[in-house]
Ligand binder design. Structure first.
Ligand SMILES: [Zn+2]
Length: 552
């Protein structure tokens, strides 16, 4: 039986903050995969009385479909052995469900099933090296249900750095536009601008935004300005997505504040902010403290800035990043096994498995700081829920994180258990009484990220929106409520029915092809012929099944 193309969702309590709807009992109608004003009498109905209806979740920053993820999967065979995942029993007539593995980096099919099972219907992979874009598309092809896209790593790539060195900002912009189109990407991602290139070429990491790369005139500031302006001049729906210099280093809040200051007056998104807000220690000798309040004060005061938090959740994680020097430090300090990869001409990559412990002082500080960022945020539309999956914890811990934000008593109980050594001066330890409302949760998990990504048809339930919805049974246990939606609808198809995954349609690829001056092609061809191991004409990804989205 094919699912009905029309559906009336009857009598749910709707949270649709983008349209000013905060807990109103109303019907939502669907036809041909979109939200419509009405469906004819007698159309199929879904009884949602007493339940909570929200748009489908939108993950702005995750790592689910990339060559880096695959390096991590290969590094961690013990996770596959420990967490085999049986194939879901889908409705007859569907393609059969696929088995896989769980753990911190689930296999592709399992990733799609799990995201949908949590009510998420759109996911972006936040870091894809351009030359590995084919791999990412192949993995997304095998990640069912969710619509997916990715951010293209720029900012340590040789061609761009040459344009920064010579001040060729227009050419840098045309190159970025070409690269997004050639790779089938969606936005520009910057990781440790200049620092990855310095480290992988044998120099020390870059630690200040005005520190030049070797003997060049290239600085993080110049890279940041060039790519931030490129994204904004091109009218990309999502601004430049920035992983600052000095991730995870005590005292790095200074760098983060400098970076935000350098881009003042420009639209920019700062990612996994929790990893970028450390002080040098409030008490002598500790070397670590929270500067979350200072950083969030600056974000609150600058309406063009947005962030996602990168919350740390206690338990197993896998850190993976284009930030090679950070992963090296983590490997050296933890003694855990690791992978390090140099992606020719483009970027780096490192992977180290990790575990955040309540009794470990730095883990406890990181956990507290993430919550501080959420709880001190003046505008939830600019602060997105993320764990930087799987870096701060799995996306599967989102329901537990939502409970921490909505229930102070749960938070305070956990605060009593964690190691307090570094929490002097922490706003959380001093007491933050705020509890997120259901509507604010709907903002930070769907409406806000959709708006920041410029996805006009997602994150809301207005007429014409994609029919992506999640319907929850109310439950006093908020973690259980958000981990087991009663129904999930993707593009009008009921994929989760009475808590069971029943259908797994393919997701759509969300990609762009911005216009550019074709003069850059001649330069690029020369660059590839001189330095690349892949011919220029073979570089662009072809044969993608979904057309690029319209810009503007
Ligand atoms: Zn990330």
């Amino acid at each position: 039986m094919s699912p009905p193309s029309r559906l009336r969702i009857v009598g749910g309590t709707v949270h649709d903050p983008a349209n000013g709807v905060d807990g109103e009992v109303r019907d939502v109608c669907i036809e041909d995969g979109r939200i419509v004003a009405q469906v004819p009498p007698g159309s199929p109905a879904l009884d949602a009385r007493g339940m909570v209806v929200m748009p489908g979740g939108v993950d702005i920053h995750s790592h689910v479909a990339s060559s880096a993820c695959n390096h991590a999967r290969r590094l961690l065979p013990e996770e596959h052995a420990a967490r085999p995942m049986a194939a879901p029993r889908l409705e007859p007539g569907q393609e059969p469900g696929r088995s896989g593995t769980g753990g911190t980096l689930p296999s592709t099919f399992t990733t799609g099933y799990r995201y949908a099972g949590l009510g998420y219907t759109t996911v972006f992979d936040a870091a894809v090296a351009p030359i590995q874009a084919r791999h990412t598309h192949a993995e997304f092809d095998d990640t069912p249900i969710v619509d997916g896209g990715f951010f293209v790593l720029l900012g340590n790539d040789e061609f761009l750095l040459r344009q920064v060195e010579t001040g060729e900002r227009a050419r840098a912009r045309d190159y970025a536009a070409w690269m997004i189109g050639a790779t089938g990407g969606y936005a520009i991602k910057l990781v440790n601008p200049g620092g990855v290139q310095a480290w992988k070429s044998g120099q020390r990491n870059i630690t200040q935004i005005d520190q030049p790369l070797g003997s060049t005139r290239i600085t993080p500031r110049a890279i940041l300005e060039t790519l931030t302006d490129a994204a904004n001049d091109l009218g990309l729906p999502h601004p430049v997505h920035i992983h600052c210099n000095n991730l995870g280093v005590p005292g790095n809040a200074v760098t983060t504040l400098d970076t935000m200051g350098a881009l003042a007056g420009r639209r920019a998104h700062f990612t996994h902010l929790q990893f970028h807000c450390y002080g040098m220690g409030k008490e002598r000798g500790t070397g670590w403290s929270s500067e979350a309040r200072q950083v969030m004060d600056l974000v609150n005061a600058n309406p063009l800035l947005s962030v996602d938090v990168g919350q740390v959740m206690f338990g197993p994680a896998t850190t993976l990043s284009a930030d090679g020097p950070v992963e090296y430090l983590l490997h050296a300090s933890s003694g855990r096994k690791w992978v390090n990869v140099d992606v020719e001409l483009e970027t780096g990559c490192g992977v180290v498995p990790y575990r955040y412990e309540e009794r470990a002082s730095i883990s406890a500080l990181q956990w507290a700081m993430g919550l501080e960022l959420f709880l001190l945020a003046a505008d939830p539309w600019r602060v997105v829920l993320s764990t930087d999956h799987p870096n701060g914890g799995s996306f599967e811990s989102y329901p537990a994180l939502i409970r921490l934000l909505m229930d102070r008593s749960v938070r305070d109980a956990q605060l009593k258990r964690v190691n307090p050594r570094l929490l002097a001066g922490s706003a959380l330890a001093d007491g933050l009484s705020r509890e997120y409302t259901l509507n604010e949760i709907a903002i930070i998990t769907r409406a806000g990220p959709a708006r920041l990504l410029g996805l006009r048809h997602k994150g809301h339930l207005g007429i014409g929106a994609d029919a992506d919805l999640t319907i929850y049974s109310r439950d006093r246990d908020l973690a259980r409520m958000f981990s087991t939606p009663r129904f999930v609808i993707k593009g009008g198809v009921v994929v989760v029915e009475e808590g069971q995954l029943r259908r797994a349609p393919a997701g759509r690829r969300l990609r762009l092809r911005p216009g550019h001056d074709s003069a850059v092609i001649r330069e690029l061809r020369r660059h590839f012929e001189s330095y690349g191991t892949i011919a220029f004409d073979n570089f662009p990804v072809r044969g993608l099944r979904d057309a690029p989205l319209e810009l503007g």
